[in-house]
Design a protein around this ligand. Structure first.
Ligand code: NDP
Length: 319
């Protein structure tokens, strides 16, 4: 079976490509710059890559650039989307590639009869940012949608990009009768396959690179291999449908520091919070729907440990 993965050199996508190759798929994998070894080397040396991995050049903002490599695929995994926070022009840097890019890829899928299902990597950024209270007694689930106006007012530009992209995707899929499933993970951590640092692993690194304070934030977290597997299950299980939130646990950053201290007692870690406000509360995200994909979540502590070990191995930290 042939499938396509967009943004294949990315953090999550690299694991997805690895697992797809392991399962015997032929993978058409898009990268923006196939001549950059930092983006391709780790993919080319995966088991099965020689025989069944085909890299192709495509850009989200170039209309039709995915057409020929999606044509003939049974499944498409659309993961490509910019994920970073330090932006000057949110529209050009985040929103356009997220929204226009998603429609560009879905349009290529709609042009061919070979595609049976599209799995889009959305995010909990498109789920929980709607102004509803998030406290320990609240359980968010797949029926929640982030609110674009709320994201704009809070200047949550990445969250806005994912919210608008998912909204546009559902509208398009409905109109064209595309079978689409979205995977909505929280912050994804665990070992890195790629040699570069991605935003979510950087969130853990930022706590161990000598910072004096930790952010007063509570985020959801999930293990990268669980996320990659969920994508494949969402494609392979015929009855999979709609959205799937992937969150092992929501924790405050103070709790991550505690876990790191327990794991690495000699590590220099931030002692205090960045402000004196009460800690931003945690909340819950329902695991019920994702359980139907057979995902048995790896505990957060294990994800944290494997992230640190991987960051160490890749030379991002020395201790
Ligand atoms: P990475 O930054 O590692 O990967 C992002 C990928 O998107 C890269 O391959 C990048 O290509 C590609 N991309 C960005 N802009 C363009 C463009 N204009 N044209 C083509 N490709 C482009 O991110 P992650 O693996 O973390 O994220 C992958 C997906 O998962 C994204 O959709 C993200 O929103 C989502 N997600 C991530 C979470 C996380 O915590 N990591 C949590 C929830 C959702 P290039 O290599 O050429 O730069």
């Amino acid at each position: 079976k042939v499938v396509c993965v967009t943004g294949a050199s990315g953090y999550i996508a690299s694991w997805l490509v690895k697992f797809l190759l392991n399962r015997g798929y032929t993978v058409n994998a898009s990268v923006r710059d196939p001549s950059d070894p930092k983006k391709t080397q780790h993919l080319l040396c995966l088991e099965g890559a020689k025989e069944r991995l085909h890299l192709f050049k495509a850009d989200l903002l170039e209309e039709g650039s995915f057409d020929s490599d999606i044509d003939g695929c049974e499944g498409v995994f659309h993961t490509a989307s910019p994920f970073y926070h330090d932006v000057k022009d949110p529209q050009a840097e985040l929103i356009d590639p997220a929204v226009k890019g998603t429609l560009n890829v879905l349009n290529s899928c709609a042009k061919t009869s070979s595609v049976k299902r599209v799995v889009v990597t959305s995010s909990t950024a498109a789920v929980v940012y709607n102004g509803k209270p998030r406290t320990p007694d609240v359980t968010a689930d797949e029926t929640w949608f982030s609110d674009a106006e709320f994201c704009k007012a809070s200047k949550l530009w990445y969250n806005l990009s994912k919210t608008l992209a998912e909204e546009a995707a559902w509208k398009f899929a409905k109109e064209k009768g595309l079978d689409m499933v979205t995977i909505n993970p929280a912050m994804v951590i665990g070992p890195l396959l790629q040699p570069t640092l991605n935003t979510s692993a950087a969130a853990i690194l930022s706590l161990i690179n000598g910072a004096e304070t930790f952010p007063n934030l509570s985020y959801g977290w999930v293990y990268v291999k669980d996320v990659a597997n969920a994508h494949i299950q969402a494609f392979e299980i015929p009855s999979a449908n709609g959205r799937y939130c992937l969150v092992e646990r929501v924790t405050h950053h103070s709790e991550i520091v505690n876990i790191l201290r327990e794991l690495y007692p000699n590590l220099q870690l931030p002692e205090r919070c960045e402000d004196e406000n009460p800690y931003v509360p945690t909340y819950k995200v329902s695991k019920e729907k994702t359980m139907s994909l057979g995902i048995d979540y790896i505990p957060f502590e294990v994800s944290v440990k494997e992230t640190v070990e991987s960051l160490k191995e890749k030379g991002f930290i020395h201790f």
